[in-house]
Design a protein around this ligand. Structure first.
Ligand code: IPD
Ligand code: CA
Length: 288
């Protein structure tokens, strides 16, 4: 295809992971200090509870400036509106604050998520690492500034937490599994998700709703949650987290065997737990 970069010209994923980690930490430290100075809602998005703060916007500007300086030919796609086409074949998918409601309420589970992705039309099969948005993360970092935890991964390089290798939980029985999930911002979506949760809770150890999808996926990677499912995620919520979870040994699934993870469903956990959770979630949706 004219203009498409050849794989040989793509940078090393480990170099991109270093950039992701550096920027996620730098911006995470900044949003933490902004939080200490006080935070107000700047605007609402999909519903009156879906908020954006001045810190979200400043953090995205910092990430974009850092990426343009270090990787001027790459594209950038961000939650707060960054949408820059690139020429290198790499697109950075960024969430300046994942867990904005936690940030507003001074709850610790918020993070900066930074992923380097490539379009991967050649291998779109489930299990290829491709997500529903047609991209595959090859490097990524999630930094949670309150706990000072930096999760980093690159394709084929494993996943680390503050430099130490991490891996998924050994749990293989759904009835013993601690499962994470999230709820969307609209009343309709939340009602549907509450019904699904009602069906699932009797089948599992318990359910956690942390409020940050990128942290949920890192919890899967670190074995601190056994499995995770959520409907309604956007690419910036999961781009880095999916790679980190996969590199820690997780299976990341879509709604069914033929679907890529992302929308309408993303499920993660060790094998065979992820598959068991997918079957239980499908049953819960069918039961309404
Ligand atoms: C949200 C969080 C939350 C998930 C929502 C996301 P935001 O991102 O990741 O855990 O349940 O679907 O929108 O709005 O805090 O960046
Ligand atoms: Ca988010």
């Amino acid at each position: 295809m004219p203009g498409a970069p050849t794989p040989a010209l793509l940078p090393y994923p480990s170099d991109l992971a270093e950039i992701a980690g550096l920027l996620a930490r730098r911006v995470g430290e900044r949003i933490r200090s902004l939080r200490d100075a006080g935070v107000d809602v700047a605007a609402t998005k999909s519903s009156h509870t879906d908020v954006v703060t001045a810190a979200d916007r400043e953090a995205e500007r910092m990430l974009v400036a850092g990426l343009l300086e270090l990787r001027p030919d790459d594209g950038i796609l961000g939650e707060e509106g960054a949408d820059t086409p690139g020429t290198s074949g790499v697109t950075w998918v960024i969430d300046p604050i994942d867990g904005t409601v936690n940030y507003l309420y001074q709850l610790p589970a918020y993070a900066v998520s930074v992923a380097a992705t490539v379009a991967d039309a050649s291998a779109p099969a489930a299990g290829s690492g491709n997500t529903h948005d047609g991209r595959r993360a090859i490097a990524g970092a999630v930094y949670a500034p309150v706990t000072d935890e930096l999760y980093v991964a690159w394709e084929g390089g494993g996943a680390t937490l503050n430099g130490a290798p991490i891996s998924v939980s050994p749990e293989d029985d759904l009835s013993r599994a601690l499962v994470g999930t999230g709820f969307g911002y609209t009343v309709e979506r939340r009602t549907e998700q509450a019904n699904v949760a009602r069906h699932l809770i009797p089948q599992i150890r318990d359910l956690r709703r942390m409020g940050s999808a990128s942290i949920d996926l890192c919890m899967i990677a670190a074995g601190r949650l056994d499995a995770y499912y959520e409907r309604g995620l956007q690419p910036w919520d999961y781009a880095a987290g999916v790679l980190i979870a996969r590199e820690a040994g997780a299976e990341v699934l879509g709604r069914d065997a033929a679907s890529l993870p992302g929308e309408p469903m993303l499920i993660a956990g060790p094998r065979p737990l992820a598959g068991a959770l997918r079957a239980a979630v499908a049953q819960a949706y069918a039961a309404g």
